[in-house]
Design a protein around this ligand. Structure first.
Ligand code: PGA
Length: 245
């Protein structure tokens, strides 16, 4: 499987800025050997989708709701995202867990909803600095991953775990490569316990996010157990993204 680079533009760009950045990404997409995904704000999905249509760059959403339809003001269903041309959907980003009290149960419901469609969930997990210092990091990852995958049966579907230590997000303090490989190896061992070795290796990818930039991106992407990157801040600068090989 190709390594994947997912650009999470968060709530940083209005519609016209999203569209012009998408045009720049089209140039980069032609040169990279990796799979490239853009996650703009929901209101920009249609227009950005039109810009990258027919191109190897894929579209991703930053969030989804678990119900298929109904009276859920402000929410968007998996089917609607699929119809808009999305291939990937971020679930349980730490900013949503922290700011909107998104729980492990909600993350699980979203993952189950996505797997009823062709959309690929990108499940974000990661420990806080306090948890890391208290040596509880691995236990936090185990809880988040087991809960997110409760009742999940993988047939042909794929899923991605994005390991995003909260202390590394937006802080300029990315994980050290040896630590990343160790954590990712651990996450793989959890996935093997849930799905079995074959499915974990064939259907699952484990990517890293947190202060990835033009300097550390290629090194992190090169690591054995790092299948890709989830990039926030640096993904707003197309030149930085273009430097990650
Ligand atoms: P960052 O964000 O690259 O700005 O640290 C990563 C993320 O939140 O997905």
């Amino acid at each position: 499987m190709k390594k994947i680079i997912i650009a999470n533009w968060k709530m940083n760009l209005d519609l016209s800025k999203s569209m012009s950045l998408a045009v720049k990404y089209k140039k980069f997409g032609r040169k990279t050997e990796h799979e490239l995904v853009i996650c703009p704000s929901e209101f920009a999905l249609k227009k950005v989708g039109e810009i990258i249509s027919g191109h190897s760059i894929k579209l991703g959403a930053q969030n989804v709701f678990w119900q298929e339809d109904g009276s859920y003001t402000g929410e968007v269903s998996a089917r609607s995202l699929e119809k808009l041309g999305c291939k990937y959907v971020l679930v349980g980003h730490s900013e949503r867990r922290q700011n909107l009290n998104e729980t492990d149960e909600m993350v699980n419901a979203k993952v189950l909803a996505l797997l009823k469609t062709k959309l690929i969930p990108v499940i974000c997990v990661g420990e806080t600095l306090a948890e890391k210092k208290a040596k509880k990091g691995k236990a936090v990852l185990a809880r988040q991953i087991r809960k997110a995958l409760e009742d999940v049966k993988l047939g042909k579907q794929q899923l991605i775990i994005a390991y995003e230590p909260i202390w590394a997000i937006g802080t300029g303090q990315a994980i050290k490569p040896d630590q990343a490989d160790e954590q990712h190896y651990y996450i793989y061992s959890l996935l093997e316990r849930v799905f079995g070795k074959k499915k974990a290796q064939k259907n699952c990818r484990v990517i890293y996010g947190g202060s990835v930039d033009a300097h550390n991106g290629s090194k992190l992407l090169d690591l054995k157990y790092v299948d890709g990157l989830l990039i926030g801040g640096a993904s707003l600068d197309f030149k930085k993204i273009a430097k990650i090989k």
